[in-house]
Design a protein around this ligand. Structure first.
Ligand SMILES: C[S@@+](CC[C@H](N)C(=O)[O-])C[C@H]1O[C@@H](n2cnc3c(N)ncnc32)[C@H](O)[C@@H]1O
Length: 122
């Protein structure tokens, strides 16, 4: 599936408003296996994690449960409202990473799952 060529993903906020996150093609309630392997093999524990384009927030929530201090951001306010209902321990807020409010903040780790690859190279 090429999300970039799929018009319904051009308006992320409407998509999150109109659809159940559990039905979205990228939805994964569990920790992404690549991320899990990376955390284990690099013995990562603690520290500040940013989940860019957090969407349903599942990865951010899993990371918080592993003991990381997690911020999850997304351009879609509707995605963030839904994610906030699932966890009060993760700091979820709207942010466009192309013009981010977080430019002066520091994180130990920044995670992107399914976000950058929806953009053209330029
Ligand atoms: C394929 S979804 C992946 C969601 C989430 N990372 C996951 O794994 O469930 C891509 C996400 O990127 C978000 N997104 C797209 N453009 C963005 C931007 N400029 N800034 C922040 N988030 C963006 C979308 O709203 C959407 O939630």
């Amino acid at each position: 599936m090429t999300l970039m060529n799929n018009k319904k993903f051009h308006d992320w906020d409407a998509y999150y408003k109109e659809n159940k996150v559990e039905k979205m093609p990228w939805y994964n309630a569990n920790l992404d296996s690549d991320l899990e392997n990376h955390i284990k093999s690099n013995h990562l524990h603690g520290g500040k994690f940013l989940d860019l384009g957090t969407g349903p927030g599942t990865q951010a929530i899993q990371l918080e449960q592993l003991g990381f201090d997690v911020t999850g951001t997304d351009i879609s306010e509707n995605a963030i409202i839904k994610a906030q209902k699932l966890s009060s321990k993760v700091r979820f807020f709207t942010d466009d990473f192309l013009n981010s409010k977080l430019a002066d903040k520091e994180f130990n780790y920044i995670f992107d799952r399914g976000c950058f690859h929806v953009f053209d190279e330029e």
